[in-house]
Design a protein around this ligand. Structure first.
Ligand code: THU
Length: 161
């Protein structure tokens, strides 16, 4: 029997003032773009903004629907935008934030399982990891070097070839 272990490291910052200027700008943009979310059912407004390796910036917000399962998360809206506007271009860093009038936005949230799968496949497609900056409208910030570390034992495109 072989005992294996999976672990990953991530950084924690106390607030936005501890980030580099570039990271702080991206997070501030993600916080602002939460205003464009359409979340009348959950009241949970998520914003994601990414810096691409070609210097372009793309954003996404969650878009809900009266037929609940039709709704889509901010992260996957962003990935669709990036792939459509700048095909083949890698994403260097994605900042994700949220705002709500029903719950506090004072700690990081991390992408849902479906978004983790989508993020991993984007990384695979362009052969570059996506760095994540996770935070609410205030408070602590987590920085993760590669989105794929959030999905160990992932089902990958390689299985289908
Ligand atoms: N949501 C996101 O957009 N991203 C996340 O990382 C977590 C959840 C959305 C989906 C739904 O519209 C609302 O937040 C509540 O789950």
């Amino acid at each position: 029997m072989l005992q294996n272990k999976f672990e990953f490291e991530y950084e924690v910052y106390n607030d936005i003032s501890e980030l580099t200027e570039k990271d702080a700008w991206l997070l501030a943009e993600a916080r602002t773009v939460t205003e464009n979310a359409y979340a009348p059912y959950s009241n949970f407004h998520v914003g994601a903004v990414a810096m691409l390796s070609n210097g372009e910036v793309v954003a996404g917000t969650n878009q809900e629907n009266a037929s609940y399962p039709v709704g889509i998360c901010a992260e996957r809206v962003l990935l669709g935008n990036a792939a459509t506007l700048y095909p083949g271009v890698s994403i260097e860093t994605m900042a994700i934030s949220y705002n709500s009038n029903t719950v506090k936005s004072d700690h990081p949230i991390s992408p849902c399982g479906m978004c983790r799968q989508a993020l991993l496949e984007y990384e695979t497609r362009v052969k570059k990891p996506i760095r994540l900056i996770l935070s609410g409208m205030e408070g602590k910030i987590q920085v993760i070097k590669a989105a794929n570390t959030l999905l160990p034992f992932a089902f990958t495109p390689g299985e289908l070839i």
